[in-house]
Design a protein around this ligand. Structure first.
Ligand code: DX5
Ligand code: ZN
Length: 221
């Protein structure tokens, strides 16, 4: 079993000292950067300039989650801002062909390509296309806000993905996002997730590095 990847979401950080907040989780594997446009989701977060700021203070992998319409217009910008992985939403592109083309474009920029599905979006149409993606992000809350309650039924998608990945020996990673905490991370790991986004469960703690370490331990099977 490979080591679990912990990706703190800076959406839950104190923006008045963002650099310190990123450095506080230097023991994390990745940093999760949530980009919201106020259209694809009913909230706004930050954009390429903040992404660049985060990239400047850490060598950690920047896991950029685009909750935006027309993601194809933005991938060069986020690649230039320091994204190591760019995740777009299946619901934000026209069809499967457009998703595959966008993943190829992202990989062409030297960045890992990820696709994300909202809770109401089925995973089945993607199961025979996983080789085109480096990562699949399963949303375990409705995207848009931190601090929501984990939806355990989303783990069925994780199990379906993991079965195909294992059967076919694919390198595609499964990441889960929303409501991940000390209470929910172990069942997510057992369902087959490789990577775990956690906002509130890390940034609302006094000891953020300790929270990262605890989550990693709980996710280690
Ligand atoms: C939600 C974002 C998440 C969010 C997770 O739309 O995609 O990454 O920051 O926050 P928690 O861990 O608090 O549910
Ligand atoms: Zn996210």
């Amino acid at each position: 079993m490979s080591a679990p990847i912990i990706s703190p979401s800076i959406l839950a950080a104190d923006f008045s000292c963002l650099g310190e907040e990123v450095r506080a989780v230097s023991n994390a594997d990745w940093i999760h950067v949530d980009i919201m446009d106020g259209h694809f989701v009913p909230n706004l977060s930050f954009g390429p300039d903040i992404t660049k700021t985060v990239d400047a203070v850490t060598d950690q992998v920047l896991d950029v989650h685009l909750m935006i319409e027309e993601p194809e217009k933005w991938v060069e910008t986020y690649a230039a801002a320091g994204a190591d992985c760019i995740i777009f939403h299946a619901e934000a592109v026209a069809d499967v062909a457009a998703s595959l083309a966008l993943a190829e474009k992202i990989r062409g920029l030297g960045v890992r390509a990820g696709i994300s599905v909202k809770p109401d979006t089925a995973i089945e149409p993607w199961l025979d296309k996983l080789a085109s993606f480096d990562l699949v992000l399963v949303m375990s809350v409705e995207p848009g806000f931190g601090g929501q309650k984990f939806m355990p039924e989303m783990l069925d998608k994780v199990r379906a993905l993991r079965a195909v990945i294992d059967d076919e020996g694919l390198a595609t990673l499964i990441e889960i996002d929303g409501g991940i905490s000390a209470e929910t991370i172990r069942e997510s790991a057992m369902a087959g997730c490789h990577a775990f986004v956690a906002g509130s469960a890390i940034y609302k703690q006094e000891d953020k590095a300790g929270a990262v370490a605890e989550l990693r331990e709980l996710a280690t099977l």
